[in-house]
Design a protein around this ligand. Structure first.
Ligand code: ADP
Ligand code: ADP
Ligand code: ZN
Length: 218
């Protein structure tokens, strides 16, 4: 099964993609995480992407599609993918359709996660991540059970993203509305878009997504 989580920054895509990876054996493919890995490695792609990401713009379709194609070539991806933060433009969506068709696959479901702008801003302002395993947390909404210790791996080191500040978030929301929101009609016209209330508690969102996936024909 290939699934796309579609939604603005802070909608909860990464949080739910990690749950689906554990519960359904899908691989999370987060283009944002892949770019941050490239930045940390100091690669040429990373150096170029950093400037663009820091101002909240989109990295070019060409670069993103190269990175995704390379990842899709790895054998661990066979059971299916949960795409998180990709596709973000109509050109990326068309390229993904082609990439999957070449493997005899398709996008089986697109789940749009709807959250109000002011909530997105407060989510992103309080977001942090385990430096070791990547589990996501929030200062108010998703704290670890024991303060300062990752629930998943026990690490005590956490990171915050350079682009998770209020100014950049507003720019990212504008970019989402202009460049990514058109994908809602792209997938609606293909008949595989479903929406969930992303404002609900994390566990409720997980249940809503699970319910949709249980009904998806493959
Ligand atoms: P995205 O990947 O869509 O940008 P994240 O999954 O990183 O979003 O979530 C953004 C922040 O909001 C994180 O700090 C996360 O812990 C928190 N969060 C995610 N889902 C919810 C939810 N349903 N309710 C409250 N906070 C949430
Ligand atoms: P969020 O879900 O919080 O918006 P991501 O981690 O998905 O954050 O993306 C962070 C940044 O990485 C984006 O603002 C953009 O600059 C870049 N990026 C990630 N995925 C894509 C993509 N599919 N196309 C273009 N740029 C991307
Ligand atoms: Zn951890």
């Amino acid at each position: 099964m290939n699934l796309i989580l579609l939604g603005p920054p802070g909608a909860g895509k990464g949080t739910q993609a990690k749950v689906l990876q554990e519960s359904r054996g899908l691989k999370q493919l987060s283009t944002g995480d892949m770019l941050r890995t490239a930045i940390a490695a100091g690669s040429e792609i990373g150096l170029k992407a950093k400037v663009i990401m820091d101002r909240g713009d989109l990295v070019s379709d060409e670069v993103i599609l190269d990175v995704v194609a390379e990842r899709m070539g790895k054998p661990d991806i066979k059971a299916g993918v949960v795409f998180d933060g990709f596709p973000r433009t109509p050109a990326q969506a068309q390229a993904l359709d082609k990439m999957l068709a070449a493997r005899g696959q398709k996008v089986d479901a697109v789940i749009e996660m709807k959250v109000e702008d002011e909530v997105l801003i407060s989510r992103i302002s309080g977001r942090y991540t385990c430096a070791k395993c990547g589990k996501g947390y929030h200062d108010s909404f998703a704290k670890p059970a024991r303060p300062g210790i990752c629930d998943a791996c026990g690490s005590t080191e956490f990171t915050r993203r350079a682009d998770d500040n209020e100014k950049t978030v507003r720019d990212r929301l504008n970019v989402y509305n202009k460049q990514t929101a058109p994908l809602v009609s792209y997938y609606t016209s293909r008949g595989n878009l479903r929406s969930v209330d992303g404002m609900a508690d994390i566990n409720h969102v997980t249940d809503a997504i699970g319910h949709i996936l249980d009904g998806v024909q493959r």
